[in-house]
Design a protein around this ligand. Structure first.
Ligand code: KG4
Ligand code: ZN
Length: 354
């Protein structure tokens, strides 16, 4: 007997991307993202009040486009999944309120998703209906997913976590940052170098062609599988200040080497802890997720560690690493199968453990 196909609309509004995506089971039908870079650019970081106002303006067109591209109507939807948290309260409120109203109007179930669990489940999004690797006209990538249990290093603008993933909806945080997140370490360094927000991707671009051994930065120590990036950030600030004092053109002359060395330091800190967690747990299925997992230095470091340690490693396509609603839809799909629905009394959570 053929199983019923489930069509889920996912909505993401936790920070500065207004996003909506439609999936049929685990197959992605549309993935629409409206960024807000131009709004926050001037301030050098996300301004919460401006973010929530922009979400209000964008949410209806973004959802409409997601349905349109997916070639479904709102009446085809079986459920609506939304990011309940963690994130900016005002930004979350827009997505949560919109999802609640739409589910109420359509009389369909509502599914809450933890944004960080969404990042992990991004590895299960299927992009192509019929991957045929042997057909030379077919450019689709075969769907390769981690098997349970796996470890997932989830690195974003606000979080840095090593998660043991026992099943789609059974995850345990083994360790996390005690201060700044890896994404913040990238973004703040970029700011110190005079680069615009969000600077992580710009550091990544400048790092290519640079010498990653040109400069040495400290590897802050933290207990267990936890991380700390605030010391590294301060060390970077002092390094730049000291050198610019001696030579005002220091950044411009050495930007490739500075970015390559700094990126390598962050990647090493992350992969070292991940290696310890892999050894202790005996798990050799290893994934990375979240915005920073798009970083080419981290992806390379993971690959090298995988070869050295005999891991199966998994990186998601870059569009599923940074914030998106496809990851919310896929999480919604597995929750739908588990009948994990919520109700109209649900409210956003700026901090949301799992
Ligand atoms: O997951 P995400 O899109 O949003 C949050 O949930 O925070 O992550 C955003 C973070 C930002 O700090 C951004 O600078 C960083 O991911 N990022 C990168 C790259 N692409 C995004 N950092 C380094 N290299 C990249 N290529
Ligand atoms: Zn995120």
């Amino acid at each position: 007997m053929a199983t019923k196909s489930i069509v889920i609309l996912g909505i993401e509004s936790s920070c500065d991307e207004t996003a909506a995506a439609v999936m049929r089971n685990d197959l992605l039908l549309s993935n629409i993202i409206a960024g807000q870079e131009t709004i926050h650019h001037y301030f050098g970081g996300v301004v919460p009040e401006l973010a929530s106002r922009a979400h209000q303006q964008k949410i209806i067109p973004v959802v409409a486009e997601a349905l349109n591209v997916a070639k479904v109507t709102k009446n085809d939807l079986d459920a609506i999944a939304f990011t309940r948290g963690p994130g900016l309260m005002g930004a979350l409120l827009v997505g949560v309120s919109f999802a609640k109203s739409m589910a109420l109007a359509l009389e369909i179930p509502l599914i809450e998703v933890n944004h960080m669990q969404g990042h992990v489940l991004a590895h299960f999004i299927r992009k192509n209906e019929h991957p045929k690797p042997n057909n030379e006209n077919n450019t689709s990538v075969p769907h390769r997913t981690p098997t349970f249990p796996f470890l997932c290093l989830t690195v974003s603008g606000g979080h840095t976590q090593i998660i043991r993933v026992n099943d789609y909806l059974d995850m345990k945080i083994l360790g996390e940052t005690q201060d700044d997140a890896a994404g913040e370490a990238f973004d703040k360094a970029a700011k110190v170098m005079g680069l615009p927000y969000p600077g992580g991707i710009l550091i990544d671009k400048l790092a290519s062609g640079g010498n990653e051994r040109a400069y040495r930065f400290p590897h802050p120590q933290s207990p267990g599988y936890n991380f700390s990036f605030s010391g590294l950030k301060t060390a970077f600030l002092n390094f730049i200040r000291g050198n610019v004092e001696a030579d005002p053109d220091f950044i411009n002359k050495n930007k490739h080497d500075i970015c390559a060395s700094y990126q390598k330091t962050i990647a090493d800190i992350l992969i070292n802890k991940l290696t310890i967690a892999a050894m202790d747990t005996g798990i050799s299925e290893i994934a990375i997720s979240g915005g920073v997992s798009a970083n080419s230095g981290l992806r390379k470091a993971l690959h090298e560690a995988g070869v050295k340690n005999g891991w199966n490693t998994f990186v998601a396509p870059p569009e599923f690493c940074t914030d998106n609603a496809a990851m919310i839809s896929i999480a919604g799909y597995y929750k739908y199968l588990n009948k994990e629905f919520t109700n109209q009394r649900i409210t956003p959570l700026a901090r949301m453990p799992f």
